[in-house]
Design a protein. Structure first.
Length: 454
């Protein structure tokens, strides 16, 4: 089938519609609240990816403040209960090497009242000579707890006073201010973040100090959010996306029994009722797909976030120990690229590469990019392929490849011992399409995907 450039916006509309759905060889993981009748799914699985975008935990794929600002919101749709949530920011790069995963750069609690919305702005800190990132908020009525140590915690309003551009902003932690001193100011400018509902609280909380909570219980599936990377250099475009929502993550009041020694590292994505294994299971994708347009008036980049990497495999001997993947580009005449510059057949049909970071920015053409990034991977070398589609195989068969089969396999069984297994990696895919030179409709959309559950 020939797709002309004139039809690219029709394709975009279709991708927006398809982005939240997956195709499975055995059963679809994402978006199932009720597993009845799907015998290949584990009967004990409680959490699921909410196709509506509303849950008790949110994952925001990407922020970038290198030439940009990132603006985001979180909304509590519960009209009867407030909700206490932990917001946690992590940098993108694998700064310690050897597959250590991303490092936290800021976390705190927000106390959303019933029907409340909270807004944050991530940007460069103009008072920091090193150019680190900071978080600000124009919100003047949502309480925030600073999680100060030692306790007691204190209530604060994060806000931007009209007469003071930097008032009320909190710098991201790096160097000696971070538990990991290897984090640099540059590292703080790019990453991802999560918002985890910890407990329901009173509808109109008078304080965000945890000991002051009343009417506590399990957080409701009432959170949704979105983000926008604004004025992205060098094109001046804006890229918006919805946060990925996990429903039924908590399963109870997460603060009722905080594990000893965890401190402010609790809760994280591994602390829900189905543990890190259950979260990996529902996030696992076998293939990620997208379109690309590199025609000179448009640009495309892909962001692939692996939000459970450090929590799952800190020693890199398991799921993320072998980070090889394969990828393939097709032009609009269904002709595949090799990614290797091969001119005469037989040529390899897929190019082997790796995704070494928790956040990976895939730039299809070297020197043609949208974001200023530290985590660029997988460049496309053939300049003739400017328009087409892209597939990323997260569980490739490399048994005949130069380095042998992937060991261990990219797969997550749940529960343990596995009732069923999802093949691939727990990943979130985001496409950035910049068409600012011909239209004002540049944007971001979730990459369609397929899952393989056996």
């Amino acid at each position: 089938m020939l797709i002309t450039r004139k039809s690219i916006f029709a394709v975009l509309i279709a991708l927006f519609v398809l982005a939240g759905f997956g195709i499975a060889s055995a059963a679809v993981v994402g978006g199932l609240a009720d597993n009845t009748g799907l015998t290949t799914l584990p009967p004990t699985l409680n959490n699921y990816i909410a196709p509506t975008g509303v849950g008790d935990t949110l994952i925001y794929n990407y922020y970038n403040v290198d030439g940009n600002v990132t603006y985001f919101t979180v909304v509590n749709t519960d009209s009867k209960n407030g909700i206490r949530a932990r917001i946690r920011f992590k940098e993108a790069a694998d700064i310690n090497g050897a597959c250590s995963g991303s490092v936290e750069v800021l976390d705190f609690d927000i106390c959303l009242s019933a029907n409340d919305m909270w807004t944050g702005v991530i940007k460069r800190n103009p008072n920091d000579a090193n150019g680190g990132a900071m978080l600000c908020s124009p919100d003047t009525d949502t309480l925030v707890s600073d999680l100060a140590t030692p306790t007691p915690h204190s209530d604060i309003f994060m806000k931007i006073p009209a007469a003071l551009a930097n008032g009320g902003c909190v710098p991201f932690k790096y160097g000696g201010q971070n538990i990991n001193p290897n984090v640099t100011a540059l590292n703080t400018r790019e990453g991802y973040f999560t918002i985890i509902g910890q407990r329901t609280i009173e509808a109109e909380p008078a304080s965000c100090v945890p000991d002051a909570d009343t009417n506590v219980g399990a957080p409701t599936n009432s959170l949704f959010g979105n983000a926008a990377v604004i004025n992205a250099a060098p094109t001046g475009s804006t890229f918006t996306y919805d946060a990925t929502a996990i429903a039924n993550f908590a399963g109870g009041d997460l603060l009722a029994n905080v594990p000893a020694g965890r401190g402010t590292s609790y809760p994280d994505l591994g602390d829900g009722q189905d543990t890190i294994n259950g979260v990996n299971y529902i996030l696992t994708k076998n293939m990620l797909y997208s379109i690309f347009d590199l025609s000179g008036v448009t640009s495309t980049e892909f962001v692939v976030t692996l939000p459970t990497k450090a929590l799952t495999d800190a020693k890199c001997t398991g799921l993320f120990g072998d980070d090889r993947v394969t990828y393939q580009f097709f032009n609009d005449a269904e002709q595949p690229t090799t990614g290797s510059g091969c001119e005469f057949s037989p040529c390899p049909q897929q190019q082997e590469d790796s995704l070494p970071y928790e956040v990976n920015v895939i730039r299809p053409k070297q020197g043609v990019g949208i974001m200023t990034t530290q985590v660029e991977v997988l460049p496309l070398v053939e300049s003739a392929y400017n328009f087409g589609w892209f597939v990323l195989d997260l569980n490739p068969d490399l048994s005949a490849g130069p380095n042998g089969a992937i060991t261990p396999a990219h797969a997550t069984g749940y529960p343990v011992p596995a009732f069923s297994t999802a093949y691939g990696w727990p990943a979130l895919g985001l496409t950035l399409l910049d068409v600012s030179e011909i239209t004002a409709n540049s944007g971001a959309f979730a990459m369609p995907y397929s899952v393989d559950v056996r």
